[in-house]
Design a protein around this ligand. Structure first.
Ligand SMILES: [Zn+2]
Length: 334
């Protein structure tokens, strides 16, 4: 059989384990052969630990090399670790917000992924600050985004512009979450003193009197709830009575003139009464004028003496008829 490499030994063992009973002898012989070669023993053991799907060259020594990556002089992360000597690891970075590239000015949407150069650039207390340097996929420009542990967000450092779409609670009537200005103010003792004095003045001159006046007002209205309630109820009853009387009055009028139920009547007052009277007088005057005009028209068409005009008309019609004239004279028309 000759010399076997550790992985070849395993392959053979597995083949033989799956075969018939007489193979037991062969397995023993193979392992015996392996044991007989002391230099290969360690390699065999390490290959047992690491798995089968890797090639272990003949000069590989498990104790010396520790791992196949170390043996080949490669990093476990492969090509992504090619700039590790500069402290840069290439990672897949997804844009956490919309940006505009500073070089080509194109809009790049949130969620676009880049092979970014990840680098530790500083610390915020015990939290490292990482920078991600990405090459724009639309041009040759680079942009850099850093983590901001203080505000738990990402910030664009260079090469791009962030689209400001964050919901600001302060602008929408809420309270600021990251109140960073207070710390700087309290560092100056004079400003702090001034602020506290102003606050005290405001409290004594404005807030306390205001509170007291509010308390007085509240007492004024609430010290005797029974009396207040009685007044309100009395007032309400009086209003209700007036309303009921008015409704009955309206119904009576509507019933008398056969007006629709839904019609709203104006409230009875001096003003309404005067207006109605004026309207009635205007109507009557109009009627009088109309009738006088009609009379005048009738009298003008009849002439000043109706009997004479009738006579003229009759004579005109029957000029040649003396009989008719006689008859007319007999009737005594002149
Ligand atoms: Zn670009």
């Amino acid at each position: 059989m000759g010399r076997l490499l550790p992985q070849e030994v395993h392959h053979v063992v597995r083949l033989l384990q799956g075969a018939s009973a007489h193979s037991t002898h062969s397995v023993t012989s193979v392992s015996l052969q392996c044991k007989a070669s002391p230099t290969k023993e360690s390699g065999f053991r390490s290959s047992q630990c690491l798995g089968f799907n890797k090639y272990y060259p003949p000069d590989y020594d498990g104790e010396k090399h520790k791992s196949l990556n170390a043996y080949r002089g490669k990093h476990a992360l492969g090509d992504r670790a090619r700039k590790l000597d500069k402290g840069i690891l290439i990672t897949r970075f997804e844009l956490p917000f919309n940006i505009w590239c500073g070089t080509c000015n194109n809009h790049i949407g949130m969620g676009v992924r880049y092979n970014a150069e990840k680098k530790k650039v500083g610390m915020y207390y015990s939290t490292p600050i990482y920078s991600f340097r990405c090459k724009c996929h639309l041009c040759d420009g680079w942009f850099e985004i850093q983590t901001d542990p203080k505000n738990t967000r990402y910030v664009v450092v260079s090469g791009a512009r962030q689209k400001d779409e964050e919901w600001n609670p302060e602008e929408n009537g809420g309270f600021a979450i990251h109140d960073t200005e207070n710390n700087s103010a309290t560092t100056d003792p004079l400003i702090a003193l001034e602020k506290s004095t102003d606050a005290h003045k405001h409290l004594t001159n404005v807030q306390i009197p205001r509170l007291e006046s509010l308390q007085d007002l509240s007492d004024h209205y609430n010290n005797d709830p029974y009396a207040r309630s009685a007044i309100v109820r009395k007032h309400f009853r009086a209003e209700k009575r007036v309303e009921a009387a008015k409704r009955a009055d309206d119904d009576r009028i509507k019933g008398r003139y056969g007006l629709p139920e839904t019609l709203k009547l104006v409230e009875d007052s001096d003003e309404a009464r005067n207006e109605a009277r004026e309207e009635w007088e205007r109507g009557r005057r109009h009627l009088e004028e109309q009738s006088s005009i009609r009379k005048a028209r009738l009298s003008s068409s009849a002439g000043p003496n109706p009997a004479a005009s009738l006579r003229e008309r009759v004579l005109g019609n029957m000029y040649n008829s003396k009989l008719v004239e006689k008859r007319v004279r007999k009737l005594g028309v002149r």
